[in-house]
Structure formats: C-alpha cells, structure tokens
Design a protein. Structure first.
Length: 87
C-alpha cells in the first residue's frame, strides 16, 4: 500500500482516536495496516473513527473499499435481523 501525506494525516488521527492500549499495534509502516484498520472498523461503533478509516482505505484503493462495503452490508443485514426479532 502506497501511503501519501493525506493518508498519513488520517492514520495519525485514527491512532489518536483509539484506546491507548491498542495504539502500540498501529504502525503506519506495517504491511498489515489495511487488515488492522479493517478489523478496527469492524469492532468500532464510533462513527467518526469509522469515517476516518473509510477515507484512509478509500485513498488506498478500490479493493480496500470493497472489503469495507462487504462488512457494512453484513452489519446492515445483522441489524435488520435483530430488529425483526425484537418485534
């Protein structure tokens, strides 16, 4: 993944937004940074953090956005199923 200056700025915003105990795992030079951000996106309910991750990965390429879209679609399906169970 090629990281440009706007992506670096986004990365450091993301890193500052996560709990301190998880920050040490977040290294911009890691070859697994995309996977780590996707995992963080899945676990987070913070909409601002998710928007920052989405923008970072949008700049990284369509493949990354496709992975996020698949997660979002799955989340939406689970939310609909849970909502229908409550009624």
């Amino acid at each position: 993944m090629q990281i440009d200056r706007p992506m670096a700025n986004l990365f450091f915003q993301i890193k500052r937004s996560i709990p301190f105990e998880h920050q040490h795992d977040m290294k911009i030079a890691s070859p697994l940074i995309g996977e780590k951000l996707i995992s963080l996106y899945q676990k987070s309910h913070d909409q601002l953090l998710r928007a920052l991750i989405r923008e970072f990965l949008r700049r990284a390429g369509d493949n990354w956005v496709s992975q996020l879209d698949a997660i979002q679609s799955n989340d939406d399906s689970q939310n609909r199923a849970f909502s229908s169970m409550k009624h």
